[in-house]
Design a protein. Structure first.
Ligand code: KIV
Length: 259
């Protein structure tokens, strides 16, 4: 199986499309790694998928570090990326660098962060110069959900689309090695993918990006109400509920454990 690193991800642009996924624990990360998933993102989507919150915002740095450790211990070939949670890179550049270093020490090969203000671009540049590869994130950035008033598609007018194109060019210039395009029209994602030298990784951004994300719980059908753009490659919720139910039933009936 191919061993993925930042250089290999960059070199894949225009050659191989990459199906990337989130992972939050060792058991699932091992299976995804064995299946050849190029990038495993320890996403702050864990707030919803694993921790039962309504948004990504309550996720703490300690929770991210614990999950990054588990995922990276189980991954041999996938590139493990730590999604810096809300609050871990907004309280000053030194604090942000400290948290990014902690993510790499926990086992990540790179960090992901959202947004594109001048302060964020300066941070991307500093991290990249310090040997911490950065995967940027533009378009719909879930940590700003309160500003959007919900998880809403961005870039629908030409003016908004031009802003997102400019954002993507800015994070590339700052030194990001890849950029997430979330919930934007697919023709805009195609325009950005053509304009950038670095690869784009889309989620709800159509088929033309260099790579795709799927949140593991949507991909595996653990989440039974996935977003409309997601595809379920399995229906594990049904399987898992059925297994628990058969187990409870067999214990009640004295079938398990056998005499
Ligand atoms: O946390 C997450 O799952 C993400 C997606 C873009 C993959 O950031």
């Amino acid at each position: 199986m191919k061993k993925w690193n930042v250089a290999a991800i960059k070199a894949a642009k225009g050659k191989t499309k990459l199906g990337c996924a989130t992972a939050y624990d060792a058991a699932f990360a091992r299976l995804a790694d064995e299946a050849g998933v190029p990038i495993l993102l320890v996403g702050d989507s864990m707030g919803m998928t694993m921790l039962g919150y309504q948004t990504t915002r309550p996720v703490k740095m300690e929770e991210t570090l614990s999950a990054v450790g588990a995922v990276s211990r189980a991954s041999k070939d996938s590139l493990v990326v730590a999604d810096l949670p809300f609050g871990s890179y907004q309280c000053g550049e030194d604090e942000a660098v400290k948290n990014a270093v902690a993510a790499l020490k926990a086992g990540a090969a790179a960090v992901k962060l959202e947004g594109v203000t001048p302060r964020i671009c300066a941070l991307i540049a500093r991290l990249a110069e310090s040997g911490i590869p950065v995967l940027a994130h533009v378009g719909m950035t879930p940590q700003s959900v309160n500003e959007y008033g919900g998880f809403k598609r961005q870039g629908k007018t030409r003016k908004a689309a031009d802003r997102i194109l400019a954002d993507a060019l800015a994070v590339e210039k700052a030194g990001a090695f890849m950029v997430t395009l979330e919930c934007i029209p697919s023709d805009l994602a195609a325009e950005i993918t053509a304009a950038l030298k670095i690869p784009t990784v889309g989620i709800g951004a159509g088929p033309v990006c260099d790579a795709q994300w799927l949140v593991m719980h949507d991909l595996l059908g653990i989440n039974e109400k996935p977003p409309s753009f997601a595809k379920q490659y399995a229906h594990l919720a049904e399987e898992i509920r059925g297994a628990f139910s058969r187990y409870v039933d067999e214990v009640e009936k004295g079938v398990f454990p056998p005499a």
